[in-house]
Design a protein around this ligand. Structure first.
Ligand SMILES: Cc1cc2nc3c(=O)[nH]c(=O)nc-3n(C[C@H](O)[C@H](O)[C@H](O)COP(=O)(O)O)c2cc1C
Length: 219
């Protein structure tokens, strides 16, 4: 009797949701488009989605700040402290095959909940090491897809504001070893209905174009 090959486990996707706008969030809607194409790409393998609403995440506490600053061994742990939460969030990140981030631009950069997640997972001695060559990430690389929504324009000739979000996020993810980062945007959401519609169309087309070409390459 010949045994049939084991099916591949589902593609594990961790989605971070950073918008305060719930179901109305434009970045969330854009991330849905990405999820949809990832599901098609996964085919029979399927996807396993873990959704994490970052609004539930508090800022880091004093014990965590002091432990990281001194790179010391922690002795006094409190139930539910930042160090424990940090361990859990790093474990959660390590378990995923692909990271999907749905985020609005807030004041040219990442919103507070996403910054709180970054402060929990970008951790010296754990997700990066300080060496003579500088900081070296410890994570195995994996794709990161970022769905960004902005009220104004941040790309091309219409951009009239700085964009610290994309360079910052790329730098901080590279610090822990994640270098394969792809951005998709819905821009001009605050500039009226026509602009919003055009922004959605452009963003969703970006997703199609990117995964369409990847799908062709994989065939
Ligand atoms: C506190 C705050 C700051 C914002 N700062 C910017 C900004 O710097 N640039 C910009 O283009 N839009 C800015 N916006 C608009 C949002 O990026 C825009 O409404 C976006 O579509 C929200 O996406 P979401 O629905 O996924 O939350 C800001 C919105 C808020 C609430």
């Amino acid at each position: 009797m010949t045994s049939s090959p084991q099916p591949l486990p589902p593609l594990r996707i961790l989605r971070l949701v950073a918008s305060p706008n719930g179901g109305a969030s434009e970045s969330l809607k854009l991330s849905q488009q990405i999820l949809f194409t990832l599901a098609i790409k996964a085919g029979r393998r399927g996807i396993e989605l873990t959704d994490f609403d970052l609004s539930t995440l508090a800022a880091v506490d004093a014990l965590y700040a002091q432990t990281l600053a001194n790179q010391s061994v922690v002795v006094a742990r409190e139930p539910g402290d930042t160090l424990g939460r940090s361990d859990e969030l790093i474990e959660q990140l390590l378990r995923c095959d692909a990271l999907l981030i749905a985020t609005p631009m807030h004041n040219y950069s990442v919103p507070v909940p996403l910054k709180a997640w970054i402060d929990h997972v970008v951790r010296v001695g754990k997700t990066f090491l300080t060496t003579a060559r500088g900081k070296v990430g410890t994570l195995a690389d994996r794709p990161v897809y970022v769905a960004v929504a902005s009220g104004g324009y941040i790309s091309g000739q219409n951009a009239r504001q700085p964009d610290f979000l994309r360079p910052y996020l790329s730098a901080v993810l590279a610090t822990i070893g994640l270098n394969d980062v792809h951005y998709f945007t819905v821009e001009g959401t605050a500039k009226g209905v026509e602009s919003l519609t055009a922004g959605r169309e452009a963003g969703y087309a970006e997703v199609q174009a990117f995964f369409g070409s990847e799908l062709k390459m994989a065939m």
